[in-house]
Design a protein around this ligand. Structure first.
Ligand code: E4P
Length: 223
């Protein structure tokens, strides 16, 4: 399962990218707003994330109609080979996805809430879809079950499922159990994933034991 970070906060993302566990970084206008990144600063952010080790950076178009989304999508893709364009799963977004995908641009169709939208995104030639697991739960839908359905719908297609809106660490392995291709998570969730108190306790025991083992080799007493 490929892991991504859902953040535009370079200071929070960089140490996580350094682990080598995360393939890249996903953003959207809300995430940019939270990190205080203006649209004009996005090219600089993409460059900084790439230098920090992101192999993919996802940037969402903010235009409202399909023609403008296509133009903006081309500009976004022009920021670098590692950049994937994000478009919403609405009528203009899907229309623009068809056109950009036809020209060979990778597009992640985002804000996906139902398996029927996965059908449309695959038909549009999307690189992937981003279902919002936590927000589906908030809306009274079973997010994990919906994402499982989407994965089934897309089996045999080239369109991947990149689950988003992840509210806790347990969702990550639940998605993996369902064979989901990829997940993007906040830096807080990612940091929490890297810690288990029982592992820490075991490491403390190993450290204590290791300290008693320091000193010169006890030698070979065969002679
Ligand atoms: C998209 O990639 C995000 O996951 C999206 O902003 C939804 O996340 P949220 O429900 O935590 O806001």
């Amino acid at each position: 399962m490929r892991l991504y970070l859902d953040s535009a906060d370079l200071a929070a993302v960089a140490p996580l990218l350094e682990t080598g566990l995360f393939s890249g970084v996903t953003t959207n206008p809300l995430i940019l707003q939270r990190a205080g990144v203006r649209l004009a600063d996005v090219p600089r952010l993409v460059a900084a994330l790439t230098s920090a080790g992101a192999r993919s950076v996802f940037v969402q178009a903010v235009s409202r109609d399909a023609d403008a989304m296509v133009d903006e999508g081309r500009r976004i893709a022009g920021l670098g080979e590692q950049v994937v364009v994000k478009l919403p799963a609405n009528r203009p977004g899907l229309t623009a996805t068809v056109r950009l995908a036809r020209d060979g641009y990778p597009v992640l169709v985002t804000a996906v809430y139902h398996a029927r939208q996965a059908v449309l995104a695959a038909e549009a030639g999307a690189w992937g879809i981003a279902p919002y697991v936590g927000r589906m739960d908030d809306a009274g839908r079973d997010g994990l079950a919906q994402v499982g359905e989407m994965q089934e719908v897309l089996a045999g297609s080239r369109t991947l499922v990149l689950a988003a809106s992840i509210r806790g660490i347990d969702v990550v392995h639940q998605l993996a159990l369902r064979g989901i291709d990829a997940v993007t998570m906040s830096t807080a969730v990612a940091e929490a994933l890297l810690v288990d108190r029982l592992t820490d306790r075991a490491v403390e025991e190993f450290d204590a034991a290791a300290r008693t083992l320091a000193g010169p080799a006890s030698g070979d007493d065969s002679d």
